[in-house]
Ligand binder design. Structure first.
Ligand SMILES: CC(C)(COP(=O)(O)OP(=O)(O)OC[C@H]1O[C@@H](n2cnc3c(N)ncnc32)[C@H](O)[C@@H]1OP(=O)(O)O)[C@@H](O)C(=O)NCCC(=O)NCCS
Length: 291
């Protein structure tokens, strides 16, 4: 690859269809040999449509995303979205280059171009969720660690066996941040096909009804959000909430709880109980403009 033949462009300029899911085969080549969400006991093979699902769930926008193109072939990307639930935030949903194009400054150039594009659209910060191995790389690009979060894993234990009502949701339910566990991306929930998600209501001892927003991810269940009536999340209550959740989910099914703030007491309580860490990531943030 000759360096000077590589150009950076946006997804909107490159794809007349504006369909960022067309980058699926490139993503396959970039991440070949790696499996997502490796955890104790489970390795999730990618579904065929994983990349399309990702672009929908993370509201990847062609005008905000950047491509590296060499000889009319896309060889790398920075996927960026601007979810309405995060006003003013450009949210990076993935960055990658084909192996032969790495370690030559191209990743840095793509990231800086994505920063400039997001700034030109009036967005105020850029956010990225990264695993520990790339913390240093983002720090070199003026990103600061904002929040560390875990995906926790435990196993369902409904007795007798239970059937989940996929596609059923709470009508007219008012979401409340005060009584919510887990940091979800609302768009990731809404962007999951209805037949693969449900809102579950069950009863927690000493607490009353609790609600969980659950989707099906291969052989696992992904819990995006849990709401319980109490706002204070005291010790015994938290454990009861999540014990009730596991009792409502099929016996032996891996249950992944995403977006658990590593600094929050409920996360520590669950780790002392029957939950384990499946994955840890850090939300990194960079202010745009005025640097
Ligand atoms: C992430 C990626 C796009 C970076 O692009 P790149 O073109 O290889 O990176 P650059 O050449 O711009 O930057 C390399 C510099 O970062 C440093 N660096 C590389 N990886 C690093 C890491 N994990 N932590 C800290 N520094 C790192 C290199 O030492 C180099 O520094 P130097 O210029 O002082 O020698 C590329 O490595 C890639 O595609 N990786 C695989 C896909 C992936 O895992 N993506 C997820 C990232 S969250």
């Amino acid at each position: 690859m000759s360096e000077c033949s590589v150009r950076l462009t946006t997804g909107a300029e490159w794809f007349p269809s504006s369909d960022m899911a067309e980058l699926g085969p490139l993503a396959e080549s970039i991440f070949a040999g790696t499996l997502p969400a490796t955890s104790r006991g489970i390795q999730r093979p990618r579904r065929d449509d994983w990349f399309r699902t990702k672009t929908i769930r993370e509201v990847v926008h062609p005008k905000l995303s950047v491509l590296a193109v060499n000889n009319d072939q896309a060889i790398g990307y920075v996927l960026v979205g601007a979810p309405l639930s995060l006003p003013g935030v450009a949210r990076t949903a993935g960055i990658g280059l084909l192996p032969h194009a790495r370690a030559k400054g191209l990743g840095s150039a793509m990231l800086e171009k994505a920063v400039a594009v997001a700034h030109s659209f009036g967005l105020r910060t850029m956010q990225i969720l990264t695993e520990d191995s790339y913390l240093g790389w983002y720090q070199q690009h003026s990103f600061l660690a904002h929040r560390r979060q875990h995906t926790l894993i435990a196993f369902g234990r409904a007795e007798p066996p239970t059937q989940l009502m996929w596609g059923s949701f709470l009508d007219d339910f008012q979401l409340s941040e005060d009584s919510a566990y887990c940091n979800w991306l609302h768009e990731a929930w809404e962007g999951t096909p209805a037949k693969l998600r449900l809102t579950l209501t069950t009863h927690a001892e000493g607490i009353g009804p609790i609600h969980a927003w659950v989707s099906q991810e291969g052989s696992a269940l992904l819990v995006h959000r849990v709401e319980a009536p109490q706002t204070s999340k005291p010790r015994g209550m938290t454990v009861n909430v999540f014990a009730a959740l596991l009792r409502a989910l099929p016996h032996g099914k891996p249950v992944l709880l995403v977006g658990c703030d590593a600094a929050e007491s409920y996360t520590h309580l669950l780790l002392e109980d029957e939950w384990a860490i499946a994955q840890t990531s850090t939300i990194m943030v960079r202010r745009l403009g005025g640097e």
